[in-house]
Design a binder for this molecule. Structure first.
Ligand code: SF4
Length: 409
C-alpha cells in the first residue's frame, strides 16, 4: 500500500457523504498521497447548522452539504489551515454550478477564509483539477462503479433475504473490501468483485416470487442520500417492493457525453478523441467489474448515455442539458427491464425535477398508465408521505399483475 504523503496538499480533504461512494473517493485520494476523510452522514444536527447559515431558499442538497461542512468546522480536531472540502461542480440549466461559490461565502462568513474548497469541474469531465491525476481518476472510477454494483446487489437481494439483516452485514463487509482494494494494489479490485459474488451467493434468499420493481430516478443527491430522502429505499422494501436507484456513474458518463459534444461543436478534434477514448475505457472498466455478477443481477449494467438521451427524445430535445433528460431516459430503461412503478425523487423547487414532474403525466399515458410518484424533499418528514407511498406501492403491485396477465394473454 502506498505511504500516505500529506505534503501533496498539506491539508486533510473532507468529503461530504452524499452516498457510500464517498468512501471509494476517499480511498482513491489516499492512494494518491492525500490525507482524505469522509464526513459523517447528515443528521438533525446538520440541518440545525444549515438553518443558521443558509436562507432556506437554496436547493436542499446545498443546504445539507453546507450543514455538514459547518458541523465539521465545529469539531475539536478541525484545523482550518489544514482543511479542504471536496465539492465537485457542474454547469447546466440549474443551480448546482453555484454550490462551491456559495460554500466559499459561507466559510468566509463563519470566519474561516483559510479553509480550502477543492472543486473538480464537469466541463472537463472532472479531469483537470490540479493533483487529481490519472491515477486518482482510474481508482476513483473503479471504486465508484464497484460501489454502484454493490448497491444493486444489495437492493436486488435484501427484499428476499430469509435471515433479516444478513444482506446489510455482507454489504458493509464488501464496502470495506472495495475501499481496501482502491487504496491498495489496484488490480485487487478484480479479485474483490469475485469475493463479493461469493459472499452474496451465500446469503439465504427466496426469490421465487419477484416483488414489484420500483425505479427511482431524479436528482442525484436526493435519490442517493438516505437522510435527505427519508430512507426511501427502505420504505419501499418495507411496503413489499424492490427498489432500484439510478447509479452515480450515470452522471459521470453524461459529463463525458457533454464534453464530447462541446468539443465536436467547437471543432476541437483532439479533445473529442480524448473524450471518446476516456468514455470507452470507463465503459470497459464498468463492464469488467459487473461481469462476474451478471447472472446474479437483472440490473447489472446500464445503457450508455446516447441510448438514454435517445429514449428521452420524444419528451425533450437532446440539447436540454442536465438531469431531467437522464431521469426520463432512465425511467424508460427501468420500464423496459420490468419496473412496475417509477418515483421521481427531487429537492423541493428543483428545476430539472419540476420539468420531469411536468412531463410525467404524458409519460404515464404513453406507458400503460404505469404508477408514477413525484416526491419533493426539503428536510422535513411529511405526514402524508407514507400514505402516498403505500398507495403507490399498492398500485405498482396491481400494475405488475396486469403486466403479467397481458403477457400471458
Ligand atoms: S439539480 Fe435541482 S437541486 Fe440540484 S442544483 Fe439543480 S436545481 Fe438545485
Amino acid at each position: 500500500m502506498p505511504e500516505p504523503n500529506n505534503k501533496r496538499l498539506d491539508r486533510t480533504i473532507y468529503i461530504p457523504q452524499m452516498a457510500d461512494h464517498a468512501f471509494a473517493v476517499g480511498a482513491a485520494l489516499r492512494a494518491c498521497g492525500f490525507d482524505a476523510e469522509v464526513l459523517p452522514e447528515s443528521d438533525e444536527e446538520t440541518l440545525r447548522w444549515a438553518k443558521k447559515h443558509t436562507s432556506g431558499k437554496e436547493c436542499f442538497p446545498f443546504i445539507a452539504t453546507s450543514g455538514d461542512i459547518v458541523k465539521k468546522t465545529q469539531s475539536p480536531d478541525f484545523v482550518p489551515e489544514r482543511a479542504a472540502f471536496f465539492i465537485p461542480t457542474a454547469h447546466g440549466p440549474c443551480r448546482f454550478g453555484q454550490y462551491c461559490q456559495l460554500q466559499r461565502i459561507t466559510l468566509d462568513r463563519v470566519g474561516l477564509p483559510q479553509v480550502m474548497i477543492l472543486s473538480p469541474d464537469s466541463r472537463d469531465s472532472y479531469s483537470s483539477t490540479k493533483g487529481l491525476n490519472i491515477n486518482f481518476q482510474i481508482r476513483g472510477w473503479l471504486g465508484m462503479v464497484a460501489t454502484d454494483i454493490l448497491e444493486k446487489l444489495a437492493r436486488e437481494t435484501r427484499p428476499y433475504e430469509l435471515i433479516p439483516g444478513q444482506t446489510d452485514r455482507v454489504y458493509g463487509e464488501c464496502l470495506s473490501l472495495i475501499s481496501q482494494a482502491i487504496e491498495g494494489r489496484i488490480t485487487a479490485i478484480w479479485k474483490t468483485m469475485r469475493v463479493i459474488r461469493r459472499k452474496f451467493a451465500e446469503i439465504a434468499i427466496d426469490r421465487r416470487v419477484r416483488k414489484p420493481i420500483i425505479g427511482i430516478v431524479g436528482e442525484i443527491y436526493i435519490r442517493s442520500n438516505r437522510f435527505c430522502n427519508n430512507n426511501l429505499v427502505r420504505k419501499i422494501e418495507s411496503l413489499g417492493g424492490e427498489a432500484w436507484v439510478a447509479p452515480i456513474s450515470e452522471w459521470i458518463f453524461y459529463t463525458n457525453y457533454m464534453y464530447l459534444a462541446h468539443s465536436r461543436d467547437r471543432g476541437q478534434r483532439v479533445d473529442a478523441l480524448k473524450a471518446r477514448l476516456k468514455n470507452g475505457a470507463q465503459k470497459w472498466m464498468e463492464h469488467m467489474l459487473a461481469k462476474p455478477l451478471h447472472h446474479m443481477l437483472l440490473n447489472a449494467e446500464d445503457p450508455d448515455t446516447e441510448t438514454v438521451v435517445e429514449y428521452s427524445a420524444p419528451y425533450m430535445h437532446p440539447s436540454f442539458g442536465g438531469e431531467a433528460i437522464l431521469s426520463i431516459g432512465k425511467a424508460i430503461d427501468y420500464i423496459k427491464r420490468g419496473a412496475s412503478g417509477i418515483i421521481n425523487a427531487m429537492p423541493f423547487t428543483c428545476m430539472p425535477g419540476l420539468v420531469v414532474t411536468a412531463i410525467s403525466k404524458k409519460f404515464r399515458e404513453d406507458f400503460n398508465n404505469i404508477p408514477w410518484l413525484n416526491i419533493a424533499y426539503d428536510g422535513q418528514e411529511e405526514n402524508t408521505a407514507m400514505t402516498r407511498l403505500q398507495a403507490f406501492v399498492h398500485q405498482a403491485k396491481e400494475h405488475q399483475r396486469w403486466t403479467k396477465d397481458q403477457a400471458a394473454g
